[in-house]
Design a protein around this ligand. Structure first.
Ligand code: MEV
Length: 406
């Protein structure tokens, strides 16, 4: 077992095109965001395993000796890598939640305990360790924050237990795992996602693991060869929405008006394919203004289709109008009905022009990030390579008092 501190990070995601249509078997294009979740794992010998998630206010610790005494055969029932309901019920007893714990907190802790026990129990003794996870991603905004969390946990625990090697070589600031190791990380991260979401498609953890840009259709995932480094504004309208209800509304509209809605879904599929073609062309040739023009037209057409599917919202209309007033093109990303939107930033824009549109958006009460897409997937870092705010956030949180379950 490794004894050094491990620092890993994994990106969030946005769907460029294909949300909702993907539920009906069409293609979606998803890209890794340059907003990341960071995890620090500190092995030690204090006899405790602790989890600190400052973004959602969780600090918990468990006695390793107590966990070691558990009959863990329940983890082996059925497929050992599938977190079925009965296993989760047992895990809830292990977690020993306080009464005021929210569902959100419970799920994050259960995903950790599930991955910790499943991955580490092959060791002679369960390891003592402190884990701190800090994220640039807002939770619950449809940006894949839970997938990035699961990917970081899987990567760090598998490396600690030497199921995969630490790829960081002397003198390197950051490094990534081999394709084979990434497969294993993704497999376990998908289990963490299942604990949190029940029945996810798997696209979020795949993007967070591999990074870049992925094409996703009916469970089949393939990476776009060399996605260009596009810049976007990511805007959170902060309007809450239910993905489940929005998906159901689209299904009902399709049943009610099949001859109208089915062609919309077919057209969205064609938009995803055309966007993929343009991105690949941008990667092989020098990106030209026509490429950006095509991407902008695809964004506009898809946004109109999504409105026709009934997943628009006045906040998203406002977002599109504000950016259009600055000559920029936007669409919703994810489920719609509020939530997040994306705006393409052409390379010809000046800093003050970008600042002006950001100010106009924040003036509407939206949160706004300037970021790039196609970020690298799960990575391991040296402390010195992390930006000061990230390192300070992690380092400052490592020591502290733990709410102990034992
Ligand atoms: C949500 O991020 C994307 C949807 O297409 C739902 C799904 O794919 O499960 C709306």
């Amino acid at each position: 077992m490794l004894s050094d501190v491990l620092l890993v990070s994994a990106p969030g995601k946005v769907i460029l095109h294909g949300e909702h249509a993907v539920v009906h078997g069409k293609v979606a294009l998803a890209v890794a965001l340059n907003l990341r979740t960071f995890l620090q794992l500190q092995p030690h010998s204090s006899g405790k395993v602790s989890l600190n998630l400052p973004n959602i206010g969780i600090k918990r610790a468990w006695d390793v000796a107590r966990l070691q005494l558990l009959d863990m055969s329940f983890l082996e029932q059925g497929d050992p890598t599938v977190p079925i309901l009965e296993k989760l019920e047992k895990l809830k007893e292990v977690a020993d939640f306080p009464e005021d714990c929210t569902d959100h907190e419970r799920l994050a802790v259960l995903a950790f305990l599930y991955l910790y026990l499943c991955i580490c129990r092959k060791q002679r003794a369960l390891p003592s360790l402190d884990i701190v996870v800090w994220s640039e991603l807002p939770p619950g905004a449809g940006l894949g924050s839970s997938a990035a969390y699961s990917v970081c946990l899987a990567a760090a625990l598998l490396t600690l237990c030497e199921e995969i090697p630490n790829p960081l070589k002397d003198g390197e600031a950051s490094s990534r795992w081999t394709a084979e190791d990434l497969e294993l990380i993704n497999k376990w991260a998908f289990q963490g996602e299942k604990v949190i979401h029940g029945n996810p498609s798997g696209v979020d953890n795949a993007v967070s693991t591999w990074g870049g840009a992925l094409r996703y259709q009916q469970g089949k995932i393939s990476s776009l060869k060399r996605p260009p480094a596009l810049k976007i504004l990511l805007i959170n309208t902060k309007v809450p929405r239910s993905t489940k209800a929005l998906v159901l509304n689209v299904r009902n509209r399709l049943l009610k008006f099949p001859k109208i809605v089915a062609p919309l879904l077919t057209s969205i599929n064609a938009i995803s394919l055309e966007c993929e073609r343009v991105l690949e062309e941008m990667a092989t040739a020098v990106p030209a203004p026509e490429h950006y023009l095509a991407l902008e037209e695809l964004i506009d057409m898809n946004q109109h289709h999504l409105n026709a599917l009934g997943v628009g919202h006045t906040s998203l209309d406002q977002l599109c109008q504000v950016t259009m007033a600055h000559g920029l093109h936007s669409k919703l990303t994810g489920a719609g009905g509020g939530g997040c939107g994306i705006t393409l930033l052409r390379p010809d824009l000046t800093g003050p022009e970008v600042e002006a549109v950001k100010q106009a958006l924040t003036g509407c009460g939206f949160d706004c990030w300037e970021t790039s897409i196609g970020a690298p997937g799960v990575s391991v870092h040296t402390a010195a390579s992390l930006d000061a705010p990230v390192w300070q956030a992690l380092d400052g949180l490592c020591a502290g008092q733990w709410a102990s379950s034992s």
